[in-house]
Write a protein that binds this ligand. Sequence first.
Ligand SMILES: CC(C)(COP(=O)(O)OP(=O)(O)OC[C@H]1O[C@@H](n2cnc3c(N)ncnc32)[C@H](O)[C@@H]1OP(=O)(O)O)[C@@H](O)C(=O)NCCC(=O)NCCS
Length: 164
Amino acid sequence: MATVRQLTKKLTSRPEPQQVGGIRLRHFAGNADIAAWLELRSRAFARQQLGVGGWTAEDFEREFLSKPWWRPECMWFAETVEDPSMIVGTVTLARRQSASNDKPVVHWLAVLPRFRGRGVGELLMDTLEAAVWDTGERQVWLETHQAWAEAGRMYAKRGYVEVG
Ligand SMILES: CC(C)(COP(=O)(O)OP(=O)(O)OC[C@H]1O[C@@H](n2cnc3c(N)ncnc32)[C@H](O)[C@@H]1OP(=O)(O)O)[C@@H](O)C(=O)NCCC(=O)NCCS
């Protein structure tokens, strides 16, 4: 049974995103990006031990567009410079709201399998953490799964620890 892990990190300095050759980042740019995000999600999570089911544009609407925190600037896409239609990674800065507070959370980090191991994941995470830093907040949260080894290793390397 896969175990959900709640992780958090205190930011002590503003991350400086490092360029990755041939890759650039941009924000969500409109409805055409919905299909790109759905395709990326399905390919990035295809080999995960804990499967994620197929999603439609309605799921995207529910997960992102309908949220009170949603802004296009909260979602980043990594694309190749050579072919900007080639979307290779994504991450979203969401907010988890509860009665007492409202936290910045890493949401749906994913990199296409054949573009992994080049620093795209780190670039997306540095960019998201820098955006949190710029709001004046100094802590980030996320949820992941025990079975997702690459993600777990990356978060540990970046200083994320179990909540509590
Ligand atoms: C997690 C993920 C986003 C990392 O993306 P990436 O572009 O390969 O990451 P980077 O190249 O920036 O590597 C960052 C770190 O991730 C870890 N990592 C990357 N590939 C790995 C692998 N094959 N095995 C173990 N750890 C790995 C390492 O700690 C690595 O740092 P290092 O190269 O200094 O050892 C990517 O593997 C992915 O999309 N996985 C499937 C979706 C997923 O699990 N998302 C997270 C949901 S919570």
